[in-house]
Design a protein around this ligand. Structure first.
Ligand code: ZN
Length: 161
């Protein structure tokens, strides 16, 4: 009897915790559904994706090309739980948050400031956030790949619009 009550309490605690963790990003997606058309953001995203396509066509590293193709395929559309452009909170110690990808919620969020950057930088931020979809989602893995990606982009800087 006590064992069943303990099991039930544990399961309820896990479900409530999961619901609370999921609530924030999903609420952001719901909010974004009511924000109307996003022509400026979609135009920016189209240019960023065009840059990624140009890079992918010249990429001979299967790992980087896989990341580029995944980003192009998954994140080419502005919308809730796809690519959302919304102001992001800054981190501690003066860190500027330019993008966010919560692995437990579909889609990524880009700070509007990124839309003022050169399109090649914006495309790299988009790619960085897409890399957080790859298990185990952590930064050391993302940083190593994004460093390789930036070097590859530097070799192809003549592609920059
Ligand atoms: Zn990151």
């Amino acid at each position: 009897m006590l064992k069943n009550k303990l099991l039930r309490t544990t399961l309820i605690a896990i479900l409530v915790t999961v619901a609370l963790v999921l609530a924030g990003p999903f609420a952001g997606g719901l909010y974004y559904t009511g924000c109307g058309d996003r022509y400026v953001e979609q135009e920016w995203l189209d240019r960023a994706v065009a840059h990624l396509i140009a890079l992918s066509l010249r990429c001979d590293d299967p790992d980087l090309q896989g990341v580029l193709d995944y980003t192009i395929r998954r994140y080419h559309k502005i919308g809730p739980w796809d690519v959302m452009v919304m102001p992001l909170a800054n981190g501690r110690s003066g860190w500027r948050t330019l993008g966010c990808n919560c692995p437990w919620c579909p889609g990524i969020t880009i700070d509007p400031e990124v839309l003022t950057y050169p399109i090649s930088d914006g495309a790299m931020i988009l790619t960085h956030e897409a890399m957080h979809d790859y298990w185990p989602y952590i930064h050391p893995l993302v940083d190593a790949r994004i460093h390789k990606m930036e070097q590859f982009q530097e070799h192809n800087k003549w592609l920059r619009p």
